[in-house]
Design a protein around this ligand. Sequence first.
Ligand code: NAX
Length: 328
Amino acid sequence: MSIVKRVAVTGAAGQIGYSLLPLIANGGIFGPNVKVVLQLLEVTPVLAALNGVRMELEDCAFPLLTDIVCSDDPKVAFKNADLCLLVGSKPRGPGQERKDLLQDNGKIFIGQGRAIAEVAGPDVRVVVVGNPCNTNCLIAMKNAKGVPADRFTAMTRLDQNRAKAQLALKAKKHWSTVKNVTIWGNHSNTQYPDWHHATIDGTAAATAINDEAWLQGPFMKTVQERGKAIIEARGKSSALSAAQAACDHARSLYTVTTNADWASLCVLSDGTYGTPEGLISGFPCTTDGKGNWQIVKGLAMNDFSKQKAAITWKELTDERDMVKDLLG
Ligand code: NAX
């Protein structure tokens, strides 16, 4: 076993990081035959806590984990990285406007995009989790001069997993039988969780559920507002499920994903399905197992789908306008 992958994780001492690092160190992304080096980035005041996380990682004695680097310098954390998971960002402050949050976080992703371009490995892939993740991803991509745009993706996998689970629970089937759910647009409550091409245990989801009003109403609302419901129940935002989703998203890039059950990834829009070009937006994607994705083409979109997709694309367009001074 001689392959070693360098995985950079930002916000590594945060609550998603705490759940995500053991998944990576256990082979959750690259499988049981690939060793990993974790390269962890935190802000300076949190380095002491990050050192505690390092100690715990050491105490797990993971067979695949060969080294742990901790730093507050993006150029150290991203050095020769094969994969960068950008999880760290600032939470929305009390009364803070979305525009100000976008600007504040955007600045983080300018610096990180530049550092990735400067020091990351030649075949790097970048997954943005930190919110607002679509627009943060766009900012990082635009500032990573020389790194191909298709290396950058943002995460709606948590929403896809949530949607699969809700469909399965309603149909009284196991969630593993639910295929081809798409999350269109933004990772926000305008996202459009689309069941029209989904199947449950081989049957069209609409037929298996047989309740269009539930699909158009409570199903969509539950998925769109699940993050809020978790905060209300737990007193903290989703972390375990977000970490699993980040791991699933990254693993999708490095395994073959086909039309039999596509991955919902936020990628650079090319106008397909009428999306405004140049946004980082959720699409159904297949992957080649080498870090490359393709948007699934030719799916029918009815008027309901077109209308719901237009709402979330408009929000992404507005977000892009709010940060146009940060786009490199
Ligand atoms: P935490 O506040 O627990 O952790 C974030 C960590 O990032 C902190 O330790 C902080 O010190 C660090 N950080 C801040 N700025 C940094 C910088 N410039 N460089 C390196 N580290 C930095 O948040 P957590 O619950 O872990 O969530 C992390 C991010 O994921 C948030 O933006 C959150 O909104 C987002 N989420 C995204 C999801 C998605 O589906 N895309 C779902 C879950 C989650 O809400």
